[in-house]
Design a protein around this ligand. Structure first.
Ligand code: HAM
Length: 411
């Protein structure tokens, strides 16, 4: 059998894992500064957790979930997103006593989509959620956080923030009905794929990439005519806040999101440099979802970023190689080497040792890795109990006792 990884999955290694860990560090740092607590939930949950909240007619539920029957006949699903598992966790761990709750998590999600650049079947998300506030300042805090994190991990990339409001759920339901009617009246102008969504999911027709659909959507009813005054004010205040924070944005009344649970504010950070998989971050409010899952009737909001998409845009990091290479001339000097390695370990000094006893090859390797220091052990070093530190930049060789090694390395 040919050995290969599963379609749509990928290994993260080499420079990418260095970048991945840098992203994680930056995210944790921001989370800490802004008082979001980290949470990790299991990779799989009961399938029911996802079916209704994400939308039984959403692409994710219809086509993309990895669902399997456990031996005891329970249906389990590999999590396709993090919001619902986080809510489940807040409910089952009784976190709702002290509101608001601010959580973040990083980890793999699973969707059986058609793989392409920036779209995978296993991918990693950064996820931030706030439970228990309907203040527009919570929306502002989350969007600002997303903006700050993107700027920090992608200082040289341009991205655009698009925002919209979907209003309350009841308004959204009215809007969906109007939209369905409009598309139904014009169904001969729609693509086949969109025609199937007229009844089940008309909002998704608005973000179809098909030209005919785009043309028809231009004159479709607009959500803004269905928003009540309270939600309009919320949206206006949010926009003012974004301006105060100097965050550029574009209003887009046709911005809808792929998952069903959204209402009121929705937003996306997009880039021009990734082709069709151009959304780096997506999120919004989901008032009502926490109650639907069995928690208190409190509002919620959040966002998720795709780490792989960020990695595609992130520039290579110039990592300095600060490892000390060890070079030993022959196997009889092992005791002298053990002493050295013990010393390096006790002092937390980073080193590389390849279990080989060949001075020339070890020096060549150190040169190719552009390290600064090599410690050489030869017959003389062993006999007279010292070590030779070779500085590769100058070629200078310094004879030292163990106790003086640290100082010499730092010179
Ligand atoms: P989403 O828009 O489905 O939202 O995904 C968020 C982000 O995850 C996308 O913008 C993208 O960067 C990344 N992403 C999604 N699917 C893939 C894929 N197949 N391959 C690579 N990256 C992908 C959510 O998941 C919501 N739970 C976000 C949210 C949190 N809303 C409120 N709170």
């Amino acid at each position: 059998m040919e050995l290969r990884s599963v379609r749509g999955t990928h290994d993260i290694l080499g420079k990418d894992i260095v970048k991945y860990n840098i992203i994680k560090k930056i995210v944790s740092n921001y989370a800490n500064l802004r008082s979001f607590s980290e949470i990790q939930t299991p990779i799989f949950e009961f399938s029911n957790l996802f079916l209704k909240p994400l939308g039984e007619q959403s692409d994710v539920v219809l086509k993309e979930m990895y669902t399997f029957e456990d031996r005891n006949k329970e249906l389990l699903t590999l999590r396709p997103e993090y919001t619902t598992p986080m809510i489940r966790s807040a409910i089952t761990n009784n976190l709702f006593e002290d509101l608001p709750i601010k959580l973040f998590g990083i980890g793999p999600m699973f969707r059986r989509e058609r793989p392409q650049k920036g779209r995978y079947r296993q991918f990693n998300q950064i996820n931030f959620e706030v439970f228990g506030s309907d203040d527009y300042l919570a929306d502002l805090e989350l969007i600002t956080l997303a903006n700050d994190i993107l700027k920090s991990v992608l200082p040289n990339s341009k991205f655009n923030l698009k925002i919209n409001t979907l209003g309350k759920r009841k308004n959204l339901i009215e809007y969906k009905a109007k939209l369905s009617k409009y598309f139904d009246d014009n169904k001969n102008k729609l693509s086949n794929e969109s025609r199937e969504k007229i009844k089940s999911n008309p909002l998704r027709i608005l973000d179809s990439k098909n030209n005919e659909d785009i043309e028809l959507s231009k004159n479709s009813p607009s959500i803004i005519d269905f928003i009540d005054n309270e939600d309009k004010v919320h949206f206006e205040e949010l926009k003012k806040g974004l301006r105060l924070n100097s965050i550029n944005f574009e209003e887009n009344f046709r911005l809808v999101r792929g998952l069903d649970y959204y209402c009121k504010t929705v937003f996306e950070f997009k880039t021009d440099n990734l082709g069709s998989q151009d959304t780096l971050i997506g999120g919004g409010r989901y008032d009502g979802l926490i109650a639907k899952l069995g928690g208190p009737d409190i509002p919620g909001l959040g966002w998720a970023a795709g780490i792989e998409r960020i990695l595609l845009l992130m520039e290579d990091i110039d990592t300095k190689n600060n490892k000390i290479h060890l070079a030993i001339t022959n196997e009889n000097l092992k005791n002298h080497l053990i002493k050295l390695i013990n010393f390096l370990n006790l002092n937390n000094l980073p080193f590389y040792w390849n279990y080989k006893y060949n001075l020339k090859k070890s020096l060549a390797k150190a040169n190719s890795k552009k390290v600064s220091n090599v410690i050489i052990i030869g017959e003389d070093e062993h006999k007279n109990d010292f070590y030779t530190v070779k500085k590769l930049s100058t070629g200078q060789q310094i004879k030292v006792n163990l106790d003086d090694i640290k100082e010499t390395l730092n010179d």
